[in-house]
Design a binder for this molecule. Structure first.
Ligand SMILES: *Cc1c(COP(=O)(O)O)cnc(C)c1O
Length: 370
């Protein structure tokens, strides 16, 4: 029996009829851009997250870009973000002509290290992007204190952590703006691209909503330059169907993670991801650290045993070719980031994983380590 890293069909096929009904209803309505489905989806998301405003957008990447645009980030500005993240976090900073400045992360949570971030601050620093990596919140008390000490704006990249909590508050609603992704591999996976921006600030919500549609208001009048960052009505309708099942998806991921922790907890040679006290981890990834330089060996062993696994992320941002001209801007040690890039391996944790499949993953890892 093969165990894939993710099985979108196992999630979508059981609700195929509901998804088809949603498709039919959009087809019937003839309304494909914005409209009621998008508005209702936004209202459901704002309610779920406890955010003042939710703005549906075209992807998680566009959500970050739009959030930074709403804050007026521009050429000459510096924005601090972790080096250990998906490319979009840093790419959006660079696309605005600003400079991403990379900080290190903690070896236990994989999330950004604010001591390291402190070494990155200059007069030009305008904002910081905490990334809630793999489903767990950054320490947002430390983050917000850091931002207020240095006068920085805060955009939370919550692409992997929709519904994860930091002491009861939803990730993405603590900073000025939060961004989310509905890429199929995210916890709320759409049938295509999609994203969301949330904020509690009425002014920022207004700007973000205008920027999403070419900065247009009223029709054909443009006070600012935006883009087409709209979420499709069809995608919103499909996401609304999937969102009805979201709490069970999250719960199954949490159960799967707990099972791995129980079964793999005593294994010599791998370190398990840690869940911080008072945080609610939603396990977008279950990421091991493989010791003694054996990561690639374990990866090959799992793949040969028919078990999907992946390295998130093999090349940190400060080592990306497109950012090589920024090496002078590396102001802090990125040693933990470099180390994690050599050690991490994510194993299947998706909600529909069966116990048999998990046992197979566990025994493949145990046999490799013994
Ligand atoms: C997936 C992801 C994004 C980008 O989301 P898309 O919807 O794929 O554009 C941004 N940041 C992080 C941390 C991500 O994991």
């Amino acid at each position: 029996m093969n165990v894939p890293l993710l099985d979108v069909n196992a999630q979508n096929h059981p609700i195929a009829n509901e998804l088809r009904d949603a498709f039919d209803s959009v087809l019937e309505s003839g309304r494909f851009i914005m409209g009621a489905e998008v508005e209702q989806f936004e209202a459901e998301m704002a309610d779920y997250l406890g955010a003042g405003h939710a703005i549906g957008v075209s992807s998680g990447t566009d959500a970050i870009l739009l959030a930074l645009m709403a804050l007026g980030i521009e050429a000459g500005d510096e924005v601090i973000c972790p080096s250990f993240t998906f490319f979009a976090t840093a790419g959006c900073i660079a696309r605005l002509g600003a400079t991403p400045v990379f900080c290190d992360c903690h070896p236990d949570t994989f999330n950004m290290d604010f001591e390291s971030a402190g070494e990155c601050v200059t007069e030009k620093t305008k904002a910081i992007i905490p990334v809630h990596l793999f489903g767990q919140s950054v320490d947002m008390d430390v983050c917000m204190a850091f931002a207020s000490k240095h006068g920085l704006r805060v955009v939370e990249d919550t692409a992997q952590s929709l519904g994860a909590r930091f002491h009861g508050k939803a990730c993405g609603t603590i900073g000025e703006l939060g961004t989310y992704s509905f890429f199929p591999s995210k916890n709320l996976g759409g049938l295509g691209d999609g994203g969301l921006v949330v904020t509690n600030d009425d002014g920022l919500a207004d700007i973000a909503a205008k920027l999403r549609n070419h900065g247009m208001h009223p029709r054909y009048y443009h006070q600012m330059v935006g883009g087409n960052f709209r979420l499709d009505a069809l995608q919103a309708a499909l996401l609304r169907v999937k969102f009805k099942h979201y709490s069970s998806y999250v719960q199954h991921r949490q159960e799967n993670a707990a099972y791995y922790s129980e079964k793999l907890g005593d294994c010599e040679g791998v370190l398990l991801p840690s869940e911080q006290h008072g945080y609610e981890h939603i396990w977008n990834q279950f990421t091991l650290r493989v010791m003694h330089g054996r990561r690639d060996e374990l990866k090959n062993h799992l793949l040969e045993s028919g078990i999907g696994c992946e390295i998130y992320y093999p090349v940190p941002m400060h080592k990306q070719e497109c950012f090589s001209h920024l090496s002078a801007v590396n102001r802090t040690s990125l040693q933990t980031t470099d180390q994690l890039a050599e050690e991490v391996l994510s194993i299947p944790v998706y909600p529909e994983l069966t116990r048999d499949q998990q046992d197979q993953v566990v025994s493949a890892i145990q046999s490799f380590l013994s």
